[in-house]
Each structure stands twice: as C-alpha cells, then as structure tokens.
Design a protein around this ligand. Sequence first.
Ligand code: VG1
Ligand code: CO
Length: 542
Amino acid sequence: MIKTIATAPIDGQKPGTSGLRKKVPVFQAPHYVANFVQSIFDSLEGFKGETLVVGGDGRYFNREAIQIVLRMAAANGFGRIVVGQGGILSTPAASNLIRALKAFGGIVLSASHNPGGPDGDFGIKYNIGNGGPAPEKITDAVFARTKTIDRYLTLDTPDLDLDAVGTTSLGGATVEIVDPVTAYAALMEKLFDFAAIRTLFASGFTMRFDAMSAVTGPYATEILERRLGAAPGTVLNGTPLPDFGGHHPDPNLVHAKHLLDLAFSKDAPDLCAASDGDGDRNLVIGRGQFVTPSDSLALLAANAHLAPGYARGIAGIARSMPTSGAADRVAEKLGVTCYETPTGWKFFGNLLDAGLATICGEESAGTGSDHVREKDGLWAVLLWLNILAARRESVRDIVRQHWATYGRNYYSRHDYEEVASEGANAMMADLRKALPTLPGRRFGDLVVAAADDFAYHDPVDGSDSKAQGIRVLFEGGSRIVFRLSGTGTAGATVRIYIERFEPDPAKHDRDPQDALADLITIAGDISGLARHTGRTAPTVIT
Ligand code: VG1
Ligand code: CO
C-alpha cells in the first residue's frame, strides 16, 4: 500500500524566519510539496505511531497540500493525524492542539500575512512537540535534506473529506477531523475573565475586529460575539477565503488603514483590532489612539496580572532585538529579566519552556505568552479586553499613563520591499565592514556609542545565532537597526528600525516620523541605502 516515489532534489530555499515560503505555482510544481514534507520527516526521529497535527490558514492550495501531507504522514508511520475541519487551524490554535494532544509535532500550511490566491504566496512550517516553530537545528537539517532527497513515501488513496468531523483510517493511521475552534476557545476561557469582559460589552463597550477574510474569522465570531456577547457585526470579514477577498491579510497601517480611519472618526468604537492571515499577529487601536506593537507588549506585560491566567505575575519578558525597549522598562520595574532574542518566534520557545519568560513580543505585531508557543493575535486582543474590563479606562488614557510612568519609546520601522537582492546584500556587507569605524562618530547631536552585528546565545540550550542584524546604538539610548527580511518571496526586503526614548511627558505628543526624523536621515547616510538600492522612500512605514 505504501508507495515509494523516486524524486530529485528541489530548490528548497533555506526556511526563513518562519518556515518555507514561496509563490503558489512553485508549490504546485510536481512533487514540490512532497519533497519538502519528506525532507521534514527525514529530519525527525522517533515519530512512529505518534500524533501529528495538521492545518492551515485556508489560503489557496491549502486543501490540496493537506491531502498530500495526510497521505505522506500515514505512509511515513505517524499513528494519528489530527486535522482542523476544512483544513483550518490558526497558527496559535495549531500550537495549542500540539500541546494539548501531546503530539509529536505539527505541520502548519500558511504564508502568514502574505497575500494568497493562485499568484499569491503559500508556505509550510514544521512545529515541534512544545507547539513552537522548529529550531534552527531542525530547519537546517530539512534544508540540507531537500538538496539530497531522492524518494518520498505516500499512499495510493483517494482524498479524504476534510469537512466531515470524525475519525477515519488512512493506511495504518487514523485521521481525526476536529472543530478548529473548540480547544482554543476553552484555553482562552481559562486565561481571561470572560464574565468581566461580558459585563464590559453589556455596558455598551463597542468594538470592531477585522479578520481580513483570513483564519481568525471563526475564532473571533465564536469568542467575541457568541461567548462574550459583543454585538453581531463586531467581527468584520469573518469568513476565511482562499484569496482573502483579494486583500493583503496584514494588519498594518497600510493594509488595515480603514480601521485606523474608523478609530479616528467621530463614530469610532472603543476598540478596533485585526489579525493576519494565520491569526498570530494583532493590531490594536483605541478610539483616537494607535498602539504600536512594541508599546502593546510593554502595556500587556505591565497589566497582565489583571487577567486570571497571569494573576500570579510574570516570570520574565522576551522581545526580539529590533522591538523597542519599552518592555525593558516594564521588566525593570517588575524586577524581572527582559530577554533580547533574534527576530522570529522560534527563539522564544526555549525561554518559555524553561519558565524564564511569560510574555513575549515582536515589533511586527506579534505578542504572546507561555499559553502556546506561537504569537497569538486573538489572545492579545482578549488580554487588552480583560485589561479594559478591569481598569474601565480608555485605551488612550491607559497608553498615556503608561508613557507618563515609563517614558515614551518613539519607534518606527521602514520597509523597502522587493529590492534587488544584490544591492541589499551589498548594503549589509558594507555596513558590517563599517562597524568598527562607527563608535564615536558624531551625527549632529547624536554620537554613536556602539555598533555590532547582533548575536544571540541561547541561555537554555547554549546554541549561538550570529549575524541577526546590524545595531547602531547612540548615546542616550537611541537606536537604528538594519536587517533583511527572512519571510519575503520576491527579491529582498530591507527593514530599518528606528527608536528614540523620550522621558518628558510634555513631549509625548509628537508624530513619530517627526520625532525620529534626524535618526531616519542618519540611517540613510550610514547605510548608503539609496546608492545600493536606488530607493529613496520606504514601501511601508509602521
Ligand atoms: C517577519 C517579522 C518577524 C516575524 C516574522 C514571522 O519576519 O519581522 O518579527 O516573526 O515575520 O511572522 P522578517 O524576517 O520578514 O522580518 V508571521 O505572522 O509571517 O509568522
Ligand atoms: Co502570521
């Protein structure tokens, strides 16, 4: 019954920050998915008879890819495969299922916030038994295997009905199709004070949550509207569509600008929020108050104790290196450590497993905690709701008070997308060469205190990750960071992160681009961005 198919190595692109991502037609090429999935299985040991969780964000090619994965997982010897109904599982819900079922691991089909559809992006990511993204040791082994693979194992069986909840057998394995929301919603009920949030909504609190026609629709509708009593219509674009309705499911200020406009309009609800394609990112905007993801991490950490799941306090905070230092100030006040990791959620896994950190976040709209091992968009929104229900103050007042207490970290990220790779690589190479010459250099009032290429030593497993981004640190705490994206599928994306700390509450009302203007100019000077890339203005500013 098990078929061994001869195949040849693929151009398996080193999995980036978050799994393998490429254009849909690449994944549709004969044997491509199979080769990559077999490369994953060939890099794992000891999964015979074990459980594998499988699901995706519902994007174009999700169902086809899942059928391939199911046959191969059974042929390779997994004993039980648990799949979200319709092939749907948000990334955090997949992480939760892996943990709850004590599965060996999981395969998540998603390209996150990248657009979907026949010409859009697709992606495959392997998560390990703790529910988190595979560490570099595994992704490196998978990459190496894609270059030598010569066969894969599958079955000669018809497609399974992914919409029928229940158990069937496939080769020597059982396949369980489960409701994708049930276990996740139960976890949220354990962490948050649903009664208090229900009372908040009953008192007239209004909200819009834009699921962006992506995976969080069913989760948000069940939790916000059904369990928490938010008014019908609170969830916008709540049905997952294969092409996300033609939109870009990235909850940033460009692709979710309508929410920003709504939040600043005279009909603004108390809270506007959104999540991305696979449900792990979040956008939070109060009436007349955008909350940057870096500030949100700090605010959630400072107020987490108001939610039952964190009432005992937090053990530590972790943030990715480019994320602003706002969380560091909260950690200091709480007397806990703030860990600084490379970009990508996989670096938080060990800290969470070891109980060193409870709350984690990235500037790219990712926040989460030790409840799963992925960032979690809806979780962040629910923690905000829990805090609002407990404090009964507006988002705007809470943010302002936070800045008054801790100071404000002005922060912005400038992205230059689809830049020619040669130029982007040359720019980074030149920056690396220039590092020793930077300390002591003066730019107007600003003096460079230190400059390095960020390296991370994992305090739990002792592994080292080098070349994770150029940091230019100025006297007084301002910072510029340069790195190349690991998730793009066309050319290179240059990310420049700019930060300045302002302790004076009288100066907390500036537009971030103005407050950061001198640093933005310096970033261009130091990097020779225009010379290397031909670009003079960013594609996206967040
Ligand atoms: C981006 C973000 C990073 C995030 C990653 C995956 O990576 O900057 O913070 O972890 O996307 O997020 P990069 O390498 O392009 O900068 V998701 O929602 O796409 O899983
Ligand atoms: Co995502």
